[in-house]
Design a protein around this ligand. Sequence first.
Ligand code: IMP
Length: 203
Amino acid sequence: MRFVLASNNAHKLEEFRAILSGSGVTVLSQREAGIAVDPEENGTTFEENSLIKARAACAASGLPAIADDSGLTVPALNGEPGIYSARYGGPGLTDEGRYRYLLERMRDVEDRRAFFVSCISCVFPDGDELTVRGECAGRILTAPEGSGGFGYDPVFLSDDLGKALGTATPEEKNGISHRGRALRAMCARLEEYFAEKDGRSAE
Ligand code: IMP
């Protein structure tokens, strides 16, 4: 089954392809699908924003679309940066600028717990929609470690791996990440969905 990935983030595309390899689900970039959509993410939850992106890519391409809306949540900062993870600290910052801003906000904070969230939505041209969620727990470091991954990975110590995601290999990260968990849940959900659909059309 082929889906257009509703994202312009090359890191996400790479992670999607690695996590989905061998699953029977393949993803086309927006460029490969001949579209360039970038809808306003004005939802109030990760779920709403992932649906906004997948609906826009499906409408523009006429193909099934898949989207991830993801981010980092820090309970001690009342959930910041949350759905604003990609724009935290204001426009124009790089990934490094954003994690340095986070470290500054966390300077005197003792409770360093944090978790990544990924909501994945699939939207089909007939209007059917599926959404799943994956989470990955850890702690915010006091200084960056490693340069692997993207976004906040260098300042996130994974509980599962016992090390910063910035120092993890792609295989290690994808095995425990919010996106890995959500995508594996979506593969299972898609199998159920197609089985139900086949059942309905055979009736
Ligand atoms: P989105 O593209 O609107 O979903 O924004 C996601 C933002 O959350 C990214 O730009 C990163 O700042 C952050 N983020 C999401 N997933 C990850 C990850 O796997 N590692 C590090 N940062 C992430």
